[in-house]
Design a protein around this ligand. Sequence first.
Ligand code: MRU
Length: 361
Amino acid sequence: MATPFRTIWTTPDNFIEVIDQRKLPHEFVVVGIKSYMDAVLAIKNMTVRGAPLIGATAAYGVYLAVREMIENQNDGVFLDEAFEQLRASRPTAVNLFWALDKMREALDGSDNFLKTSWEMAGKIVEEDIETCRKIGVYGLPIIEKIAQKKNNGIVNILTHCNAGMLGCIEWGTITSPIYQAHAKGMKIHVWVDETRPRNQGANLTAYELTKHGIPHTLIVDNTGGHLMQHGMVDLVIVGTDRTTRNGDVANKIGTYLKALAAKDNGVPFYVALPSTTLDMTISDGLKEIPIEERDENEVRYVVGKNSKGELDQVLICPETTKACNYGFDVTPSRLISGLITERGVCEANETGILSLFPEYR
Ligand code: MRU
């Protein structure tokens, strides 16, 4: 990695800071999170986003709620309310609920809420970093095999949305094998889907690949199929917000169409995930994963830098046109070549997942 940095960190007075991802790549703004409500809002308005980072922010949100409860001499009802608000901040990424459950479990057995919540949130952050590093270790051979087949030619990888370090704490999930391949001197080129409506690909993935010196090209979301038909994509790797027991994957809207095009063209389609994204309580992703619906104005307007160099938004449809804005879709497991996890690569089905995570039997 070129310049390692984290997406969430603690301050000397034990508050939290994050990068305002709504302003990237044009402005690098650091935002303080000083109350649990700050954490709720940062998740809701997508100052922070990406499944693992949402989980980490929620964990620190619980710590801040504990701190506020003690400082303001509130009772346990205040803490319950904080858990509920954090739980309701976004519906699809299961890391949010996983992190909140971890925090609740830790507090239940504790006689020092402040210390316990601080330590558990820190542990969630540290574990995510190590998990993502390992995803890179296990994902790297997939890239190496393709490079060998191409006589060490350029490996063209297509990705959707941002499952990079900005969506996690460090390394990222899909970017971890890419960064590790790049560090080994392999020739990598990434096709970056812009990822409308919020453009996480254009704004965030392109930003971090630029920072790491990884060659990449921005494409509109509908270009992937054409590229695959012409042999210009060797591998697709995407992230996930929730992965079911049978290997169905919810990820940013449009992922499913990439998987269909990959299947039709014989392009390997991998999903990189920390096990914190597994939801082993459900099986059928289409029926059981709640899909977030966001404000229609995210579709009606495009945000960018104007000719005066200021962040601005422009309307791209008639004033009266309505829009519908589903944030995620589900890719059925049959379209997925494999899951890249911190314990290895497995088939996208229950047997595959249980072979790596027997504790879910
Ligand atoms: O709406 P977002 O930006 O939170 O959606 C993010 C994604 O869909 C990512 O691909 C996913 O969270 C994986 S992040 C490692």
